[in-house]
Design a binder for this molecule. Structure first.
Ligand code: TYD
Length: 206
């Protein structure tokens, strides 16, 4: 008899502001829990006490794009050490609302930070750790902007213009193209129920 080796999975959700990814988190958690998995749900920037304090600065204080990149990775180092690695080690699934693809999309794609510098930080901080699955919620830029205009008080990133969001979207799609085994792209410009179905199909393959 063969025993199926269980490997905990690290799942990340990505997309532009307003793409609607966060709406699906409770459903993903419950789908995985129903199958008997422990799920640790977390977010970036944030996920730890220090990370949440850095989040406050990152989302509200103007700063140099490289400072922003370094702080994102400082928060990420803390997040991996205290939340992500211990959870995966004990066999829990980790679901993170954003991770390093967001740094490539926002700080590199939209703000022009050198990708090679981000790669160095990624190697340093992640030591090979990569998500097993990344779900990219993709919407046209106009839709993202429209949804944000109906939302609560915008943060620093959400106040940016269409050109900024176009760069983010293109950078995400490029990341997906470069990492086809890990990425699943969902067309999030559809009624919520259909997006939910797509999410469920992807989670059922895990
Ligand atoms: P977001 O995840 O959209 O949370 P909320 O829905 O509560 O606004 O906000 C996080 C913001 O941080 C988002 O605009 C993207 C940005 N961000 C980066 O610029 N780089 C990163 O590496 C990460 C993780 C996030």
């Amino acid at each position: 008899m063969t025993t199926k080796l269980f490997k905990a999975k690290f799942i990340t959700l990505e997309g532009m502001d307003g793409a609607g990814k966060s709406t699906h988190i409770p459903n993903i958690i419950s789908l995985l829990q129903t199958r008997g998995f422990e799920v640790v749900s977390t977010r970036e920037p944030g996920g730890t006490a220090i990370g949440e304090r850095l989040r406050e600065l990152l989302l509200h204080e103007p700063m140099h794009a490289e400072t922003e990149t370094l702080l994102m990775f400082a928060a990420r180092r803390e997040h991996i050490a205290n939340v992500i690695a211990p959870a995966l080690a004990r066999g829990a699934y980790v679901l993170s609302d954003r991770f390093t693809d967001a740094t490539y999309a926002y700080q590199c794609g939209a703000k022009g930070v050198d990708a090679a510098k981000i790669q160095q930080l990624e190697h340093w901080v992640q030591v090979g750790l990569q998500p097993d699955l990344t779900i990219l919620f993709d919407v046209p830029v106009e839709v993202s902007i429209q949804r944000l205009s109906n939302a609560r008080e915008p943060d620093k990133f959400e106040r940016e213009n269409a050109e900024f969001f176009t760069k983010i979207r293109n950078a995400y799609l490029q990341r997906a193209k470069e990492n086809p085994a890990r990425f699943r792209i969902i067309d999030a410009n559809r009624p919520l129920e259909l997006v939910k179905q797509s999410v469920e199909e992807i989670i059922s393959t895990l």
